[in-house]
Write a protein that binds this ligand. Structure first.
Ligand SMILES: C[S@@+](CC[C@H](N)C(=O)[O-])C[C@H]1O[C@@H](n2cnc3c(N)ncnc32)[C@H](O)[C@@H]1O
Length: 202
């Protein structure tokens, strides 16, 4: 059996629009979304902590999706769905306006080279889309190891409808990338907390 078949047979994993339609977002209650969940540690912890909420993890690497789906099964969690997609496409195509209660992204790829800046996820355009999909007053949390990426994101914020609170924080998420940085003696990270203060039409 090839890996695509395995993915499609797993009800936790969403690989196509038919499977997506089976999630009734309107009746799902509180929805939290993690962008680029990697090994899924934070997603699984949040889902265990809040069993009444629906957690949607978006990840572009199929290998991570398969790995995390096994953990979802072994923890008997029925409130997680894993979406194999680029987060830009998922927000643009799958979520309606005002549908998400919380978004988080831990250690998003920083794309440090100038010629790769256009790959960075949290551009002004994407932040406006994120704003549109979030419920009024709800929050998006972004944590990065890169001061340069943090400063770049802060510059993207005007006209995105968010109030921002940024701070330097100690390690606290225990994800694969946080552990990786700790091993290299990085002990502080950059936290950007965005609160939707005004609705943006997209
Ligand atoms: C640096 S890793 C961090 C993983 C995890 N959050 C952690 O803290 O260990 C970034 C993750 O984001 C995923 N990713 C990068 N760009 C993405 C995109 N546009 N849409 C969805 N996932 C993305 C990557 O595949 C990778 O798993």
């Amino acid at each position: 059996m090839d890996s695509r078949e395995t993915l499609c047979e797993n009800p936790v994993i969403i690989t196509d629009r038919d499977a997506w339609k089976e999630i009734n977002l309107k009746d799902a209650g509180t929805i939290e979304v993690e962008i680029g969940f990697g090994s899924g540690e934070y997603l699984l912890r949040r889902a265990s902590e809040y069993p009444e909420r629906l957690f949607i993890g978006i990840e572009k690497k199929p290998g991570m999706i398969t790995e995390v789906s096994k953990r979802v099964a072994s923890h008997n969690l029925n409130n997680i769905r894993l979406l194999e997609s680029c987060a830009k496409d998922a927000f643009a195509d799958l979520f309606p306006a005002n549908s998400i209660s919380r978004v988080y992204s831990l250690f998003p790829d920083p794309w440090p080279k100038r010629k790769h800046l256009h790959y960075r996820l949290f551009s002004s355009e994407y932040l406006r889309l994120l704003n549109n999909r979030l419920i009024f007053g709800s929050e998006a949390l972004i944590v990065t190891d890169s001061e340069d990426y943090c400063n770049w994101m802060l510059k993207q914020l005007p006209d995105t409808g968010f109030e921002v609170e940024n701070s330097i924080i100690p390690p606290q998420f225990d994800t694969r990338f946080e552990r990786k940085w700790l091993e290299q003696n990085f002990n502080t990270f950059f936290r950007i907390l965005l609160k939707k203060a005004r609705h943006i039409e997209t």
